[in-house]
Design a binder for this molecule. Structure first.
Ligand code: SF4
Ligand code: SF4
Length: 108
């Protein structure tokens, strides 16, 4: 199994540890990429639309100050969920994946 295959199988907690070793510039670039993908999910999500929220990537940045009502969540369909082995949803309301992992929650 090569490194890529290994990475795919890792739980979120292992993946985030590896990403912790990245430089600030790499982290920033990675967040921009997440936001780019997120536009098609959070950006089109019924929980976000109409709230005035312009930010994205809540799985990384944590709660939105504007999104308050759970009207559906598209995170499970987002490729970032698979890439990072995310196992939660409603990050905009419940907090980042890292925060949810720390709370040891399997579901939201
Ligand atoms: S985290 Fe989920 S509920 Fe919140 S805006 Fe994104 S897709 Fe919608
Ligand atoms: S998992 Fe959810 S919050 Fe994270 S990038 Fe995808 S749609 Fe956005």
């Amino acid at each position: 199994m090569n490194l890529d295959e290994n990475f795919k199988e890792m739980p979120f907690e292992e993946k985030i540890k590896i990403m912790d070793g990245m430089t600030e510039k790499q982290k920033q670039d990675s967040l921009e990429q997440v936001k780019h993908t997120c536009k098609d999910y959070c950006g089109k999500c019924p929980s976000l639309i109409g709230t005035g929220e312009t930010d994205l990537a809540f799985c990384s940045i944590g709660k939105s100050s504007l999104i308050k009502e759970k009207k559906g969540c598209l995170c499970n369909q987002c490729p970032i969920s698979k890439m990072m082995s995310l196992r939660w949803n409603y990050y905009c309301i419940n907090g980042s994946a890292l925060e949810l992992s720390a709370k040891n929650k399997d579901k939201t």
